[in-house]
Design a protein around this ligand. Structure first.
Ligand code: F6P
Length: 522
């Protein structure tokens, strides 16, 4: 099937069958119930769980049965999913509104392994990676740099920040101290700068466009501070990661590490945007991260549809969102190192698929990306799990657990794992107390992802799993997951309002904005 002419999910034969089947899930006494489903099918755990590279996934505690699963696979086949996936992996222009590829998988592809010996774009990618990694190793070896500050926002921050945190907790990082500055709110930078010594600090200005207002403001403020400390060598202490070499050069960065316009911001960790992570891990560790992602790419490319984990999770997401009406998903990594994973996933999923029109610009008649939120376990248990267990809304919960800790406090880790298991079980089994405050309805869905250990390889695989899951649901929804026009209007309006905060001019503004502007100036 031609991927550009493939039907949207609601144009398939499976769609109305799924709608009809979903109605039976809600019908009183015969409604689907997880407890009954497990009692009736002793093989349910085996049927709804599977392995993929570095990850075991248990989907059995979700509100899904064999018929729903079969219809969802039918949906994937009928909507030409495989042709679209192959186009993504082959570097075709799947980002249709911007007429370019979304080829982040190429950055970790096997043909980029043999360095400069490979011809064409593969050589360019391999060469750029070799330059970035040798710079990372040089910074690690340079006793002159005690601190490295990455200045970037969104995709130029969330991935590297989350991964550095994750792998630091896993004991995989070393070298200079790493800091991340993203927020347009200068409190973040103002708090960090007094703790640094300008002569021993390296600033990485990471911006695909080198045009993002917050990043440029923070970078200029950091440069002013650096010069104000009596330092002069801006080009040694500021490097750029960008597609826009000219703007980086004008700013005064010395080394500039490039990327390509076909690398989307939220998919860019694998490019030079990963430089802070490469400094934390060293080149070998960074290559291990790429290898883990590549293993998941291979799985995504070749596993049959019924054991293709990214697709299976995406189909479950669609089932929950469009047929069972669930509006959010709560992600709880039971690992302190993964505490920023929910924030990373918010951008990955909500910026990719939070759209109300399909790739052809037609208004979608069904819901798309859910609200993604969450917190590291077990903190969440003492905050919002009350609502997950007893609130009126059903929220699918995603647990991520790591079997082997990176510390020696084994008992405590066992308790943590017991808590993750207990929460998933409590959501499902509930507790009878008719009309009472101790009543837990149960039958609440959850997915359990399990890693053997958290290390660069498994983290790479986990992140690639999420990338492909988001692509898969976006593909079935008919969305272009690789643009983000929805962030532009606010940027334009902010550029108009900033000078008004000085001038006080309110001409053309609505009364609310004008009233608030007057108060903010006062
Ligand atoms: O907020 C929108 C956005 O364009 C994201 O998509 C992107 O990751 C971020 O801004 C940063 O962009 P840049 O890397 O160009 O500074």
């Amino acid at each position: 099937m031609d991927w550009q002419a493939r039907p949207r999910c609601d144009e398939t034969a499976a769609w109305p069958l799924l709608q009809a089947h979903a109605r039976t899930f809600r019908q009183g006494a015969t409604a689907f119930d997880l407890r009954t489903a497990f009692a009736e099918d002793p093989q349910r755990f085996a049927h709804f769980s599977q392995s993929a590279p570095y990850i075991f996934a248990d989907l059995s505690k979700n509100l899904i049965d064999a018929r729903a699963q079969a219809l969802l696979w039918q949906l994937a086949r009928e909507s030409g999913f495989e042709a679209h996936r192959d186009a993504l992996l082959a570097g075709e222009a799947v980002n249709t509104t911007e007429q370019r590829a979304a080829w982040h998988t190429f950055l970790r592809g096997p043909c980029t392994e043999d360095g400069r010996a490979t011809p064409g774009i593969a050589a360019e990618v391999a060469g750029a990676r070799a330059d970035m990694l040798s710079f990372a190793d040089a910074v690690r070896a340079d006793a002159g740099f005690t601190d490295v500050v990455n200045i970037g926002i969104g995709g130029s921050d969330l991935g590297p920040r989350m991964a550095v945190q994750a792998l630091r907790s896993a004991g995989a990082t070393s070298g200079p101290r790493l800091h991340f500055i993203a927020n347009g709110d200068a409190h973040e930078l103002a708090e960090l700068l007094p703790r640094l010594q300008a002569a021993h600090t390296l600033f990485i200005v990471t911006s695909k466009t080198f045009g993002t207002a917050e990043t440029l403001q923070n970078a200029r403020a950091a440069r002013d501070w650096f010069l104000g400390q009596g330092e002069t060598q801006v080009s040694r202490h500021f490097v750029g990661v960008t597609c826009n070499r000219e703007a980086a050069g004008e700013f005064g960065t010395g080394r500039v590490f490039g990327l390509w316009d076909w690398v989307g911001g939220r998919y860019s960790l694998w490019s030079a945007v990963g430089l802070p992570l490469a400094i934390a891990l060293g080149s070998q560790g960074f290559r291990a991260l790429l290898a883990g992602a590549r293993a998941m790419d291979e799985h995504f490319a070749h596993a049959p549809l019924d054991t293709n984990l990214p697709l299976r999770l995406a189909l479950l997401d669609i089932w929950q969102r469009d047929f069972l009406g669930m509006g959010s998903r709560c992600v709880n990594p039971y690992h302190q190192g993964l505490r920023r994973l929910p924030a990373y996933l918010q951008q990955l999923e909500m910026e990719s698929n939070g759209k109300g029109v399909d790739a052809q610009g037609r208004t979608l008649p069904f819901a798309t990306a859910p609200v993604v939120w969450g917190e590291a376990g077990s903190n969440g248990q003492h905050a919002f799990f009350q609502m997950l267990h007893q609130g009126p809304d059903t929220v699918p919960v995603e647990f991520i657990a790591v079997r082997e800790p990176a510390h020696n406090l084994r008992d405590q880790h066992r308790t943590l794992l017991a808590n993750a298991l207990a929460q998933a079980r409590a959501l499902m089994i509930g507790q009878e107390d008719p009309g009472g405050h101790r009543h837990f309805p149960g039958n609440r869905p959850s997915t359990f992802l399990l890693l053997e250990r958290l290390d660069p390889v498994s983290l790479g695989a986990l992140l690639a799993l999420y990338e492909h899951r988001v692509f898969s649901s976006g593909s079935l929804w008919g969305i272009n997951s690789f643009d983000q026009w929805g962030v532009e209007l606010g940027k334009t309006l902010a550029a108009d309002l900033a000078p008004r905060l000085v001038s006080g001019g309110v001409a053309g503004l609505d009364p609310s904005t004008a009233g608030l502007l007057a108060r903010l100036r006062g």
